[in-house]
Design a protein around this ligand. Structure first.
Ligand SMILES: Cc1ncc(COP(=O)(O)O)c(C=O)c1O
Length: 514
């Protein structure tokens, strides 16, 4: 169902005894939006003063003996109730003002700005703005239809997150647009400070995306053509692609059956005199066995770059994954646990030299304007993305907890029949994906699709069998655990806002097929 903006008449039907009886549909509509039922309701900013004015006069009529002070107390309580329950929709600058009815055109413009339909009993508005303005009865029909249909489940539910954080996001966006400081504005520095505080890393350097973050990390380490970097074949292409872009050689090591992360016990066998670094990936949001990996790296004098594109905010032995290894990276791709509204990424390190180099590398290797110490890249995070992340970051710790609660419920229900992902001791996951294994994936996917439940496969083909890596001369059977994972994994919807009911709905379908 589309978002809804409540017209004043609906609100006053609810708060006036005689009108409550006369307009029961308004009561049903108002009550519906007091519950968290996945729908979003707004009040137009232009109506707020009218709310106050009308309420004051209503009280004057109904309770003439109240003092002015008490009357205002009632009015403020009433206003606060509205503002606590509904979001304000601003009047956008692109309003099409109708001089005969400015108020209606303001309400309609606000509705358009938040992609909402207006619920109203105002005949004039209903006639003039057909398609946007609907009656309470029409809305109740929509609600009934929606309740009859199976729940519609969103994979990442960025819309709900946007609704929840709309005031903060709007403020941040207005500030960026007003300063017009779109590249490396103050907000980028502000975000880097906040990321430092959140992770405990000495340096947090934002950049254009999670792929460039890996590239910048290797550039800072001065990885040379022919150097070997050990990583996993069960990951997104960017992990090994960036190694190849550096003209270094990705050397794959198989994964653990239960965590899908690189199997640390197999790393030493892959080390040669050309090996320069190990690049574990914290797949689906959980760090790899970083204690074992670091021990191997120390023993063989290797660097560790953590591809934490999926795991920002996860922990290993109580520390954030951003402080693991020599350099740790992440991605703020919109669907990642902490996502911006475009491309974005960050690099974290406690090493001052790496930090200084990466800061230069992300701006074409420049140490002073138009003076280039290194060959670098155009790898900056833009200010709009920094602003979005500044609005979201204060809420992220709570969202991680919400994701973890959803994952726990999935695991509880699914563990009866499937093999849910395992989180090892002293690690936490931010559940970028909730991925289970099944031998009949196509059947499970088809059943979920029929129930309008979105799924994804992360990832259907291991990197050692990708055409682009043919030159590495790996073959089928080289990494059997990764190959089996590619054939069996299926990711179910996960986001902080999935209700228990939705998780049960998905799980029960999955359980039938596992
Ligand atoms: C494991 C991994 N590494 C790297 C990346 C690249 O991040 P970005 O898309 O921000 O470039 C991703 C993105 O999906 C990823 O999942």
């Amino acid at each position: 169902m589309r978002n809804v903006l409540l017209d004043l008449n609906i609100i006053f039907d609810y708060f006036s005894e005689p009108r409550r009886e006369k307009y029961p549909h308004s009561i049903t509509v108002y009550d519906y939006f007091l519950e968290d039922n996945g729908c979003r309701a707004y009040i137009a900013a232009s109506c707020i003063d009218d709310l106050k004015f009308i309420k004051y006069n209503q009280l004057l009529e109904e309770k003439p003996n109240l003092t002015r002070r008490i009357r205002y107390k009632f009015v403020y309580k009433f206003l606060k109730y509205q503002l606590d329950n509904f979001q304000i929709a601003k009047t956008p600058a692109y309003i099409d003002i109708d001089l005969e009815d400015i108020e209606d055109s303001q309400i309609i413009a606000s509705a358009i700005a938040v992609d909402a339909q207006v619920v109203t009993r105002d005949k004039g508005m209903l006639d003039k703005y057909q398609g946007i303005a609907i009656t309470p009865q029409q809305l109740i029909k929509q609600i009934e239809q929606q309740q009859k249909a199976p729940p519609s489940i969103d994979f990442a539910n960025l819309k709900k997150q946007y609704f929840n954080l709309q005031p903060q996001i709007e403020r941040q966006m207005d500030e960026v647009l007003n300063t017009t400081s779109f590249i490396m504005g103050n907000k980028v520095r502000e975000l880097e400070e906040e990321l430092q505080k959140f992770t405990g890393a000495k340096h947090a350097i934002t950049c254009s995306n999670g792929t460039d973050a890996l590239l910048l990390a290797m550039m800072a380490m001065d990885i040379q053509p022919g150097d070997e970097i050990i990583t996993t074949p069960f990951t997104f292409i960017a992990t090994a692609e960036t190694i190849a872009l550096m003209k270094a050689k990705p050397v794959f090591v198989d994964i653990e059956e239960d965590t899908f992360n690189i199997d640390a016990t197999k790393i030493e066998a892959a080390i040669t005199n050309k090996t320069k670094a190990i690049m574990p990936v914290s797949l689906y949001g959980q760090p790899a066995d970083m204690a074992a990996i670091q021990e191997i790296a120390d023993k063989h004098n290797l660097k560790v770059i953590v591809d934490g594109a999926q795991s920002f905010g996860s922990t290993f032995k109580g520390e954030k994954d951003s402080v693991l290894g020599d350099i740790s990276t992440t991605s703020f791709f919109p669907a990642k646990p902490l996502g911006c509204y475009g491309d974005g990424g960050a690099i974290f390190t406690n090493n001052d030299d790496y930090a200084e180099k990466m800061k230069m590398m992300r701006v074409h290797g420049q140490n002073k304007r138009y003076h280039h110490k290194y060959i670098g890249i155009g790898g900056r995070l833009d200010t709009v993305q920094a602003a979005i992340l500044l609005a979201k970051l204060p809420h992220y710790a709570n969202e991680i907890k919400m994701r973890q609660k959803v994952a726990m419920l999935y695991t509880k229900i699914l563990s009866r029949s499937s093999r849910p992902p395992k989180i090892k001791e002293q690690r936490t996951s931010v559940w970028a994906q909730y991925t289970v294994r099944t031998r009949n994936r196509e059947e499970v996917q088809a059943a979920l699709k029929k129930a309008k439940i979105p799924t994804a496969v992360h990832y259907p083909m291991p990197l050692h069998l990708q055409e682009c890596f043919k030159y590495l001369k790996y073959s089928l059977g080289d990494f059997p655990i990764s190959e089996r994972a590619c054939a069996e994994v299926i990711s179910l919807p996960i986001n902080p806002f999935l209700s228990d009911k939705e998780v049960k709905h998905v799980s029960l379908i999955v359980n039938q097929y596992l």
